[in-house]
Design a protein around this ligand. Structure first.
Ligand code: GLA
Length: 378
């Protein structure tokens, strides 16, 4: 990928820039908890966006996406927003840095990636984090701290891309460390690295290839449900809610809002239970909690789809230790905790069965926990 990008940069703009990379993410447990002030447990993966970037001394950003095969140019004022959705991620990052008093000047860039799009692996956060990191390095002497870089990506989603996401994806992309998961408290923003190298298990992502698209999706509606219930309970976020509190307002809220909030409250406890279990190397409990999360995401939060439920069912049939929808839902991947000796037979079975039912094989990605945003060094 590196050669392709640097060659393209030389052909379009002449000479060379500086290379930056930023990864996608997976999440062990803690789904739809980030915007509720809860806990998440993500790690960066070995799939990333890579960009070659160089200041151009103009007031214009010129950027070429190799994967989409499109070049666009835009200015740095609010009214200069580009039409292409892929370019709005980059424009948004520039604007959010400027709004915070940071410096962004014109630059040329070429980028490409291998984070599958719409698979729930946060290709958009990888793109935002890559440019946020690069522009901090290039124009701001790295004075913007890493948390703020993640917030810049998140605000880009809110203000330029129509997704009211939480902080998990951008956080994981910026802060990731090889071989470590991160337990983040999304209320206090305190976090801890958790070495993750189970001896007898592997994590495998199974991509249904049902495209998920979060903009204008029910994602924002899920968030609104949670906010309505929190408001009814007189608390800031569902982080502070218990099932007793929820049950006490059951008759005042819609059944839909009730079940959304129920999932979030239960998921909060599951993350803590998984942390305890991990300390004891108790992967059976981790797996059990993953199945419970799937059930909740499917029945109560309703962000699953037929294909994802089927992948979960096949995992269970194969004796996989834990399996669940990963990320926002509505398509994309399941994450599976699989005993090492079961990995191959599971992959063979899930491919065959899924193909027989839906006419295409799912894609399989092993989870390789990797470093976050950085300057690319060989
Ligand atoms: C998407 C959002 C995240 C998070 C997850 C669900 O990936 O971008 O902020 O809410 O969905 O856990």
């Amino acid at each position: 990928m590196k050669e392709k990008i640097t060659q393209e940069f030389a052909d379009r703009f002449g000479g060379e820039g500086t290379l930056y990379v930023s990864p996608g993410r997976f999440n062990l447990i803690g789904e739809h908890t980030d915007y509720n002030g809860g806990f998440v447990f993500p790690g960066a993966i070995d799939k990333f966006i890579m960009a070659d970037i160089r200041p151009n001394g103009l007031d214009v950003v010129r950027v070429y996406s190799i994967d989409i095969d499109e070049e666009t140019a835009f200015g740095l004022n609010e009214e200069d927003a580009p039409k292409q959705s892929w370019a709005r991620y980059i424009f948004g990052v520039c604007r959010e840095i400027i709004k915070r008093g940071g410096v962004v000047k014109g630059f040329d860039a070429v980028f490409a990636g291998n984070v599958p799009l719409g698979a729930g692996l946060s290709s958009s956060a990888a793109l935002e984090s890559c440019f946020a990191f690069a522009l901090n390095d290039m124009f701001n002497d790295n004075t913007i701290d890493k948390f703020e870089l993640a917030r810049i990506g998140q605000s880009t989603e809110h203000n330029y891309c129509g997704v009211n996401c939480g902080i998990m994806d951008q956080f994981a992309s910026v802060m990731g460390q090889k071989g470590k998961l991160m337990r983040l408290d999304c209320r206090s923003m305190e976090f801890e690295y958790f070495p993750f190298a189970p001896k007898d298990y592997e994590l495998v992502l199974v991509d249904s290839r049902v495209k998920h698209e979060l903009a204008d999706s029910p994602y924002n509606k899920r968030r609104q449900s949670c906010e309505r219930v929190a408001k009814r309970l007189g608390i800031e976020t569902l982080r502070d809610a218990t099932m007793e509190m929820l049950n006490s307002v059951k008759t005042d809220i819609t059944a839909e809002d009730y079940f959304r909030a129920k999932f979030v409250i239960e998921e909060k406890d599951r993350v803590l239970a998984v942390c305890d279990a991990l300390m004891k190397d108790d992967y059976e409990t981790v797996g059990k909690k993953m199945y419970e999360t799937h059930e909740g995401l499917s029945k109560d939060y309703e962000v699953s789809c037929e294909e994802l439920d089927y992948l979960n069912e096949v995992a269970k049939e194969c004796g996989v230790t834990g399996s669940r929808i990963m990320g926002g839902g509505f398509g994309g991947c399941t994450v599976n905790l699989v005993k090492k000796d079961l990995v191959e037979p599971f992959i063979a079975t899930v491919k065959e069965k899924f193909n027989a039912k839906y006419g295409h094989e799912p894609r399989i990605y092993p989870v390789i926990v990797s470093d976050g945003s950085r300057r690319y060094e060989e």
